[in-house]
Design a protein around this ligand. Structure first.
Ligand code: NAP
Length: 326
């Protein structure tokens, strides 16, 4: 099968489309034929090892010290199950599914094996494969942070980086959970963020949200520009800062903030649970959640796709399409 392989950390040009052995599902696995995948901020970070402050060494330990341990990137996939292992009862050949392989990666390939009890779910019938491929990365990250931050209906939520993959999911999910949402983005993305359900949108190139005299129950920072030191006065009593993007110094102050104030900082990697994929699929089927698609590239154009994702300015999700019949 064809896969995009990299043998050393570096710029998009380290990626090569090449032939590798097609995987065979283990007894508890499904083999998915890829119809669409995505290039996410995680692919950019793992490929380049451009990681938040303090995580360089930890990242190398996790992903491979001298060179990548997993030579194929890609965290998300949508496609059709080609075959299943002998112990699999939840899925059958022909099922249309989407999946999140998360830090195990490996989705930039024509075929991908996933544990049947892992983060795999049936594709909502009303979503295209492109849309389904983009359901899980931003969606599960936002869901996990809102769960840890105990988001309640009626609360006010500010989303910084509201136009990215996580941000566009966070705006929609906060709105779904009954929050009043303010989005923070650049001028070009104001209308997009409003269309996702934000009641107010602040253009960070024109206004500083910390100087507006507003405060929020929850601030979600996906851009790394709203650390606790900057936004503590913008958090209400009992407020929570959800640091989707935070460096080690931000994390080290978490216990201190909890001990000395009514506020909380929540950070760390998000978990992508199988039940979260099913939840997102249900929302998408009901029309309450829709992944935002920015650009599409063919498999052969993956280097170009990475170059675009590396800018840090994508709107929602970047899709990689593979040959298919639909
Ligand atoms: N903790 C976790 O488990 C976890 C999970 C997923 C992602 N992440 C991290 O979260 C970050 C966001 O991920 P993503 O996939 O949503 O990234 P993304 O799709 O690339 O989006 C980044 C967004 O940031 C916005 N942005 C750039 N500069 C900004 C600034 N100065 N102020 C406000 N917004 C700014 C951009 O919007 P404009 O063009 O409008 O500025 C862009 O839409 C990444 O760094 C990723 O590594 C962490």
């Amino acid at each position: 099968m064809r896969a995009v392989v990299y043998k050393r950390y570096g710029p998009p040009e380290v990626l090569q489309l090449t032939e590798v052995e097609k995987p065979t599902p283990k007894n508890n696995e499904v083999l998915i034929k890829t119809h669409a995948t995505t290039v996410t901020s995680a692919d950019w970070r793992v490929r380049s090892l451009n990681v938040p402050v303090g995580f360089g060494f930890i990242s190398r330990l996790f992903f491979g010290v001298a060179r990548p341990r997993q030579p194929i990137l890609g965290t998300e996939i949508a496609g059709e199950i080609e075959s299943v292992g002998k112990d699999v009862s939840q899925f059958k050949a022909g099922d249309r599914v989407f999946a999140l392989s998360d830090t195990s990666m490996g989705c930039h390939a024509e075929y991908k094996c996933m544990p049947a009890d892992g983060a795999v779910a049936l594709k909502p019938p009303n979503l295209t494969y492109d849309e389904a491929a983009a359901l899980s990365f931003g969606g599960t990250t936002a869901l996990d942070f809102f769960r840890r931050g105990k988001l309640r209906s009626g609360e006010s939520v500010l989303v910084n980086g509201a136009s990215g993959a996580v941000g566009t999911a966070a705006v929609q999910l906060a709105r779904y959970f009954g929050a009043d949402v303010t989005g923070l983005c650049s001028s070009a993305n104001v209308e997009l963020v409003r269309s996702l359900g934000a009641s107010q949108v602040i253009d960070y190139t024109k206004e500083d949200f910390t100087q507006k005299g507003e405060s929020y129950d929850i601030i979600v920072d996906t851009a790394g520009t709203a650390p606790y030191s900057r936004c503590k006065a913008s958090l209400k009593k009992g407020g929570r800062l959800l640091l989707v993007l935070g460096g080690l110094p931000d994390m080290l102050q978490i216990p201190w903030v909890s001990m000395t104030s009514s506020k909380q900082v929540i950070a760390g990697p998000a978990a992508g649970r199988p039940e979260d994929l099913r939840f997102l699929a249900g929302l998408a089927e009901a029309g309450a959640f829709k992944p935002v698609i920015d650009r599409r590239y063919r498999f052969e154009q993956i280097v170009e796709a990475h170059r675009y994702v590396d800018t840090g300015r994508k709107k929602g999700n970047v899709i990689i399409t593979l040959e298919r019949d639909d």
